[in-house]
Design a protein around this ligand. Structure first.
Ligand code: SF4
Length: 418
């Protein structure tokens, strides 16, 4: 979502006469879009700002802005710690930067303006083959470890028609894959009751669109209607990120996740019934407050059962404004957290390797995305694998081609054009 926000800000700044540069030394404005989901982010922001200060010492007209979740979390503290920063805006207020640049020498406003920012943004110029579109922001779930409900606010959905206009725009710019984004994207519901399933059906009718994806989903919001789309809509790719976070019911309860491991497994069963080849990815937190060795074993067990094809895993760290910080003890030792993280990552990697190797000798449709070096292209399989293709051919970007897979690593498939 931060990538999406940055792209939209870039488009809107461009419509007001700014142009992007790859060379930070010549920049007139630097906007640092920040994420606070993990503990180290805040210190990283100040470390970057320290480097930008040196640029500003050489070029006093350079303006600095900090936007996003760290800005929201810290508010005026940003300018107290880094007096040379002109602008501070949160995830719902960064559109205020546009007028502030023209009219105000300095401003900090991290207020919650809900979806107001979308009314101030220029039509996107993004001409990637994948069009990322934010359809829903914020979250009401209040997982006890998570700062997002504080930084991105209560859950709110954009209007269906406005989203479809943006879909039409990115398709006009050349997108052939549409990726819908939201903190709980599968809970999207606009004021007229339109759902994510309605968005997918409408998008699938656009002939130029070849692929549709969405992320990130919350398990209990996966309706039968959405599950059935994996069966009947060929443009909906057979890949789903469905974070479980932990495999133990006791830990899930402490995390305030609103499902049990049994309910999660039931949802996976329905998904696999709808589309037997669907690939599922997840996120895991290890060492959450009170997590015992037995609880951790439950996470390993669920990984073995579901065979997640790709997952992110993190050590629990306390975040400000969360219930876990206020009411629970961070009682798993750093050594145990590290050991559990190593174990879970080793298991995830071995399953991913086995899964990827199962494609050797098979053929798959790959959407070609880039040409990283002479004689090679990179693309994505329907299951989200990055695929490297060796070929002498030119100008393949944007094409979907049948690729024969001849080798695989845990993180990459290797293929050639069939
Ligand atoms: S569902 Fe939980 S983890 Fe996800 S954004 Fe909401 S509070 Fe955070």
């Amino acid at each position: 979502m931060n990538v999406y926000d940055s792209e939209r800000l870039k488009d809107t700044l461009a419509s007001r006469g700014w142009s992007p540069t790859e060379d930070v030394e010549v920049a007139d404005l630097i906007v640092l879009n920040t994420c606070s989901v993990r503990e180290k982010a805040t210190e990283k922001v100040f470390s970057h700002l320290g480097k930008f200060k040196k640029l500003k010492d050489k070029k006093p007209s350079l303006k600095l802005a900090v936007i996003g979740c760290v800005a929201k979390e810290l508010g005026t503290v940003v300018q107290k710690r880094a007096k040379y920063v002109e602008y501070v805006f949160g995830p719902q207020s960064w559109h205020l930067l546009l007028n502030a640049l023209e009219n105000q020498p300095s401003l900090c406003d991290v207020g919650n303006y809900k979806l107001d920012k979308f009314n101030h943004l220029a039509l996107t110029k993004q001409n990637h083959m994948s069009g990322f579109i934010s359809i829903q922001e914020g979250c009401d779930n209040m997982c006890t470890y998570c700062i997002v409900p504080h930084t991105r606010g209560r859950e709110i959905s954009r209007a269906f028609d406005e989203i479809m206009q943006e879909v039409a725009q990115v398709v006009k710019n050349g997108a052939i894959e549409i990726v819908f984004l939201g903190q709980n994207v599968n809970n999207y519901k606009d004021d007229d009751g339109k759902t994510l399933a309605d968005l997918i059906r409408a998008t699938a009718k656009i002939s130029e669109v070849q692929r549709i994806r969405y992320l990130t989903s919350y398990p209990t919001y996966l309706t039968d209607d959405l599950i059935d789309l994996f069966r009947i809509e060929p443009k909906l790719m057979p890949f789903l990120n469905l974070p479980i976070q932990a495999g133990s019911n006791a830990v899930l309860k402490k995390m305030n996740r609103h499902y049990s491991r049994e309910q999660y497994l039931e949802i996976i069963k329905k998904l696999k019934t709808a589309r037997s080849d669907i690939a599922i990815s997840s996120d895991f937190i290890v060492g959450f407050c009170g997590e015992t060795e037995e609880d951790f074993e439950d996470s390993l067990d669920i990984i073995r059962q579901v065979k997640f094809v790709h997952s992110y895993s993190f050590k629990y760290s306390q975040r400000p404004h969360t219930a876990a910080l206020k009411m629970m003890e961070d009682d798993v030792s750093p050594e145990d957290k590290t050991e559990r993280l190593n174990k879970i990552q080793a298991l995830l990697k071995s399953i991913q390797k086995e899964y990827n190797e199962s494609f050797i000798g098979k053929q798959m449709e790959v959407l070609i995305e880039e040409n990283p070096r002479e004689g090679f292209f990179r693309g994505r399989s329907p299951y989200m694998h990055p695929v490297e293709i060796k070929t002498d051919k030119k100008n393949l970007i944007g094409q979907t081609l049948p690729i024969a897979i001849y080798d695989a690593s845990p993180f990459l498939l290797y293929g050639e054009i069939k």
